[in-house]
Design a protein around this ligand. Structure first.
Ligand SMILES: Cc1cc2nc3c(=O)[nH]c(=O)nc-3n(C[C@H](O)[C@H](O)[C@H](O)COP(=O)(O)OP(=O)(O)OC[C@H]3O[C@@H](n4cnc5c(N)ncnc54)[C@H](O)[C@@H]3O)c2cc1C
Length: 418
């Protein structure tokens, strides 16, 4: 078998070469990585030996982010190889993702203010030549800073960066190059295959010192050299990393209650890029007329933000069509965009007035579903978003910091049957 951690070199671009666009490939990678997810991961995960050399992290995030495989599946497989104690670090990292999702779910205004601030900075790019050139040089890997330039190119070419590289990159962007954090977060959102409104926005906020008051992340040449196996030792990094502003994060708001699907409903199932495995959410015996899988956002809210990531998610959606169609034994098709007219046609053809869909957490797909719900309500078509048990159990605990949330992990695993 070809190593899942090396590029096959045969695919047309770095994205599909490193991250083949099938659930089967993700499951194979999970099988290969699970034996390494215990002490090996705990001891080695902070090292970044470079593309094609990583067996110390799972490289599963693009699949987990779109739920081509689920957090539950990943942890179940890992716990089949390790005790909860041995796999503690890995399990915690997966729960970081869940924690960030829950945190943002209770504070949607943080996502909106990121978008607003980004738009203001983008408008500034148009009139500020110096800023425009500095951002263009940083994104093209022409800053002259060792390591940083490599990561900028790696991100664009492969759609992935190691966690430590993301931290170094964001820190250098903010504190050494003194560029607006929202433009850096936007650069990641356009190129990462795992681009996620929660993990990305809150990760950048944390580095900048606006997520956890009093905490920033400072990249240092020694730390970079040590954890890149001496591949990089940049000079001229900022000697200090003061928080970019003094701001307390907003308190949590109420989580909207999860919806349930009435038992006797015949439905059209709409899967989207926040959950390509959403067919699992249908109660047993649901009368499914057909399945539509959409990889993109609403026509008014483009998603994914970057063209290469969008092409990659399109391919993953094609795979999801096959998988969901086979699992439910129902006709399934790709809907290039979740357009109200196209959905109306599908509902009429299938004689349904209910669209069941996985709940989309805060972000462009949630906005898309809200807009569609309004557009389709005029025709008597109802969209019912269904929340995963995983999210339903965990999100309410993301009220404070991760330290407090972490204490709930054993109970959450037990309640998930893990
Ligand atoms: C500035 C910044 C931006 C980031 N943007 C994103 C993003 O857009 N999407 C995204 O999925 N992750 C993001 N992360 C988190 C993390 O870097 C990636 O999830 C991780 O590098 C993915 O690689 P992996 O699958 O090999 O991780 P592994 O180390 O193998 O971890 C297993 C899984 O746990 C989750 N995970 C691991 N570390 C984190 C973390 N720090 N925060 C949240 N979840 C984590 C991921 O789902 C990952 O697949 C960001 C981190 C930083 C510092």
């Amino acid at each position: 078998m070809t190593s899942p951690f090396k590029s096959t070199g045969q695919a047309p671009d770095g994205h599909t070469a490193f991250f083949p666009t099938t659930r089967a490939a993700a499951l194979e990678r999970l099988s290969d990585f699970a034996p390494l997810a215990g002490r090996h991961y705990a001891a080695q995960r902070n090292r970044d030996p470079g593309p094609g050399e990583r067996d110390n992290v799972s490289l599963l995030s693009p699949y987990i982010r779109h739920r081509a495989i689920t957090e539950h599946e990943v942890i179940a497989k890992v716990l089949a190889h390790h005790s909860p104690k041995a796999a503690e670090k890995f399990v915690q990292e997966v729960f970081w993702r869940t924690y960030w999702k829950g945190w943002l779910q209770m504070r949607p205004q943080v996502w909106r203010s990121f978008l607003d601030e980004r738009d203001i900075e983008q408008a500034r790019l148009a009139r500020d030549n110096g800023l425009r050139e500095a951002v263009a040089a940083a994104e093209a890997g022409r800053s002259g800073l060792e390591g940083f330039d490599h990561w900028a190119r790696e991100l664009v070419e492969t759609g992935y960066l190691h966690n430590h590289a993301r931290m170094w990159f964001a820190s250098i962007w903010i504190f050494t190059l003194r560029l607006p954090w929202t433009l850096g977060a936007d650069f990641f959102m356009r190129h990462l295959l795992d681009a996620d409104p929660a993990s990305n926005t809150l990760g950048w906020r944390w580095i900048a010192g606006i997520q956890t008051p009093g905490k920033t992340y400072q990249a240092s040449a020694d730390n970079i050299a040590r954890f890149t196996d001496n591949r990089f030792r940049p000079t001229g990094l900022a000697p200090q990393a003061p928080a970019i502003r003094d701001e307390a994060p907003p308190p949590p708001g109420a989580l909207p209650a999860p919806r349930t699907l009435p038992r006797d409903r015949r439905v059209l199932l709409l899967l989207h890029g926040d959950d390509f495995n959403g067919h699992e959410l249908l109660p047993k015996g649901t009368n499914v007329a057909a399945v539509a899988v959409t990889p993109r956002g609403h026509p008014d809210m483009p998603w994914p933000f970057g063209p290469k990531a969008a092409t990659w998610v399109d391919a993953l959606a094609k795979d999801a069509v096959q998988h969901a169609g086979e699992a439910l034994q129902k006709p399934a098709s790709v809907l290039p965009r979740p357009h109200a007219d196209a959905l109306r046609v599908q509902c009429v053809a299938a004689s349904v007035t209910t669209i069941a869909t996985p709940e989309a957490p805060v972000g462009p797909l949630a906005d898309a579903l809200d807009t569609l719900a309004h557009e389709l309500a005029e025709d008597g078509i109802e969209i019912i978003p269904l929340r995963r048990t995983w999210d339903d159990l965990a999100w309410p605990h993301a009220t404070h910091g991760f330290f407090r949330f972490k204490r709930k992990i054993p109970a959450l695993l037990a309640r998930n049957g893990l």
